[in-house]
Structure formats: structure tokens, C-alpha cells
Ligand binder design. Structure first.
Ligand code: PLP
Length: 389
């Protein structure tokens, strides 16, 4: 039996990907150029959005999405505590006040019931959020129709953090189409579904938001005379009209992304096949398996199991360490954001979001990546069975 290390996630780079990057290296453009435009087009087609803005990470995309929606000092931004810290840091970069909406224990996503109650209380206090950032954990969409209805009623904007979810669908439409949101953000970090090494993208159906984000990713500079305060001084002229950043993606990364996007459908289908196989093989163990909302087709970035600790003679940590000790590259998505020291210093305390804290006490992400073999998967199942059985 092989016993080499099995990671929890891993990119799949093929010969075509390598050729695409070499071709970009030999072209006239290294930084943002025609490959970035091609990559944006491939995303627009895949997710059925009219605009896509590629940047150097999803973190950057979240930041310029907040800025484009006008988030500024003392505005309120709410997100899920069950996410990577970038989902809330983006609001802090803008000087906003962050708050967290606890999760639904079944989906691990922001609970719409808790959100709804919290909005009612916030309205009474005159403290409604300007933006809400639902996170599609593991690639499974949040209940966007209901969140979109609340957005209309209370007047906030919505950024979907779909870092886990490219290739996923909600109510038969691709995630990224922004049917119930203003902007959707994707990540192309190597552990995610499609990779550009580092990279991210924001999609929207709103031309003004797209234009603002394109400006913000490149210093807030425009070369469009119509946007300038006066006639151009000459053909060299540009104007800085916003305080932007340098968040550009390189053409080498975009070339990799274009090549990867051709296999998006295969990647997600393979993840579903492996997930269904896990569902069968793990059915008899004292663990809870991921729930599938019938309204969604997940991108299946992660396969999260939850230990039934009252049926297992080990602690969560022991199970985690035993898996690691057997070369199974497990992970935990996520440490609740509000429990991070930086957020504790902002005043958040344990007990603030009890559902996510309970989730954190018994969850483990087990290996799932498109290049994973059935043999590797069988080994994960066998080792897990021995540990918790
Ligand atoms: C990975 C991730 C991010 C950040 O993505 P980067 O591309 O690494 O900046 C943000 N949110 C979630 C939910 C993520 O998983």
C-alpha cells in the first residue's frame, strides 16, 4: 500500500498549461496585456457575466469590490465568520466596521434566519450594513435569492465571496452571474478549483462597477478623456481620479488561467465524482457528511466531515493528528475569524457566533482534488475508518 503524503488540495498543471505560460513569456507582454483580456472573457463566458476584472488575488478583488461599492470609514460590512480572514479584512482595509453573521449548521454558510433577525435589530438601531459578503463555503452557494430579497428590503449591496465556487451553480445558473448580488469574487490560488498561481477576479453585470474596479486595480488612473476633469494636455496624458492600487494580474498568470479554464467543467465534475464516492465509502463511520442543498451544484472545493465526538473515543485534535501522522494532509476550514487575535482586539469574544464555534470544534477537511486517484481516496477512507471506527 502506498503511503506517500496525500495533500488536502492540489493543482493539476498539464503540458498545455506549461506551453501557454511559455508562449506568454515569449510574447511582448509580461504584465497585464492581451492574455488578461482573454482570461476575463473566458470567465465571463463560463459564469454568464457581462464584466470580469482579473486581479492578482481574490483578496485584492474583495478590496476593490468594497471600494467600488463605496465602502468607507465607519460604514458597516457583515460577512460569515466561517471563512478565510480575507473575507472580512477587505472591509477593514476601507476603514469599515466589520460584523459577523453566524452560520447555518447544515450548510456551514451564513444563516439567512440569523441575518434576517440581525438586520431587524440593526434597523432599529440605525446601524444597517452597507455591504454583506456571503461566502459560498466548500463551493456550495448560499441562499442567494433570500439574501438578495433582504438586500432590496434593507438597501445594502452584496459581494459573493465565491473563492471556492467557480464552476458551481445556484438554481441552475452559474455562480458569478450575480443574479442576487452586485459583484462576485473568485480565487485562483493553487488549492482552489482553477489556478493562476496567485490570482483573483471580480464579475458583475454593472458597467459602472466594472469600470471602477478596472481603474482601482491600476492606481485609480484613467486614459478616457470623458472621465477627465479637463481636456487632455496631450497624447501622453492620463489622470488619477481615484486612490487606486497596483493589483494587476500578469499575462503569464492569465495565460495559465485561460488554459486551466478550458478544463473547468472536467475539474468540477471530477470533484463531484470523488465526493459522491466519499459519501458512499464513509457512510457507516461516526461522522456527519456534507449536506447538499438541492438548489445548488457545488464547485466542491472542499469536502468537510464533522466528527460525532460522543461516538468516538478520541478528541477532534487526536483524530486530526492521527490523520496527519498517517500522511493524510487534512486541514480545518476555518478557524472562526472573530476568534483571531486581531479580531479579539476589536472586541469580539468566544461565544459570539456559537454555531461556527461548534462547527470548528469537530470539523476536518479531508483530501479532495481533481488529480486524486481512487487508490489515494481509498487510503484516506481506510485510515479514517481505523482512527474513528
Ligand atoms: C482563498 C480565499 C480567499 C483569498 O483568496 P486569495 O486569492 O488567496 O487572495 C478569500 N476568501 C475565501 C473564502 C478563500 O477561500
Amino acid at each position: 500500500m502506498e503511503s506517500s503524503f496525500i495533500p488536502y488540495g492540489k493543482q493539476l498543471i498539464d503540458e498545455q498549461d506549461i506551453t501557454a505560460v511559455i508562449t506568454a513569456l515569449q510574447s511582448d507582454f509580461l504584465t497585464q496585456g492581451p492574455a488578461v483580456e482573454r482570461f476575463e472573457k473566458s470567465i465571463m463566458e463560463a459564469v454568464d457575466a457581462s464584466h470580469a476584472v482579473a486581479v492578482n488575488s481574490a483578496t485584492s478583488a474583495l478590496h476593490i469590490a468594497c471600494l467600488a461599492l463605496g465602502v468607507g470609514p465607519n460604514d458597516r460590512v457583515w460577512t460569515s465568520p466561517n471563512s478565510f480572514v480575507a473575507s472580512s479584512n477587505c472591509a477593514l482595509y476601507c476603514g469599515a466596521i466589520v460584523d459577523f453573521v453566524d452560520i447555518d449548521p447544515a450548510t456551514f454558510n451564513m444563516s439567512v434566519e440569523i441575518l434576517s433577525d440581525k438586520l431587524e435589530r440593526a434597523e432599529a438601531l440605525g446601524q444597517l450594513p452597507k455591504v454583506i459578503i456571503p461566502v459560498h463555503l466548500c463551493g456550495q452557494s448560499c441562499q442567494m435569492e433570500r439574501i438578495g430579497a433582504l438586500a432590496k428590503r434593507y438597501g445594502f449591496s452584496v459581494i459573493e465571496d465565491a473563492s471556492h465556487a467557480i464552476g458551481g451553480r445556484y438554481q441552475d445558473n452559474p455562480i458569478g452571474r450575480c443574479d442576487h448580488s452586485n459583484i462576485t469574487v473568485f480565487s485562483f490560488h493553487p488549492v482552489k478549483i482553477v489556478t493562476t498561481a496567485e490570482g483573483g477576479c471580480a464579475t458583475t453585470q454593472n458597467p459602472e462597477l466594472a469600470e471602477a474596479m478596472m481603474r482601482l486595480r491600476s492606481h485609480g488612473i484613467t486614459r478616457d478623456p470623458a472621465k477627465m476633469s479637463h481636456e487632455p494636455d496631450g497624447p501622453w496624458y492620463y489622470q488619477q481620479i481615484d486612490l487606486g492600487l497596483n493589483y494587476r494580474m500578469t499575462d503569464m498568470q492569465a495565460a495559465l488561467g485561460c488554459s486551466q479554464m478550458k478544463r473547468l467543467h472536467d475539474f468540477v465534475a471530477r470533484r463531484h465524482e470523488l465526493a459522491a464516492r466519499y459519501d458512499n465509502l464513509l457512510a457507516d463511520l461516526p461522522i456527519d457528511l456534507p449536506y447538499r442543498n438541492p438548489d445548488t451544484y457545488s464547485g466542491f472545493h472542499l469536502y468537510v466531515i464533522q466528527l460525532r465526538l460522543n461516538e468516538i473515543k478520541k478528541t477532534h485534535r487526536q483524530v486530526f493528528e492521527d490523520l496527519q501522522g498517517n500522511n493524510i494532509g487534512v486541514n480545518l476550514h476555518y478557524i472562526p475569524i472573530h476568534l483571531q487575535p486581531y479580531y479579539r482586539n476589536l472586541g469580539f469574544e468566544p461565544g459570539y457566533c456559537p454555531n461556527v464555534e461548534e462547527y470548528y470544534s469537530r470539523s476536518i477537511s479531508i483530501p479532495l482534488f481533481h488529480a486524486m486517484s481512487h487508490d489515494q481516496q481509498d487510503r484516506v477512507v481506510e485510515v479514517l475508518g481505523e482512527i474513528v471506527g
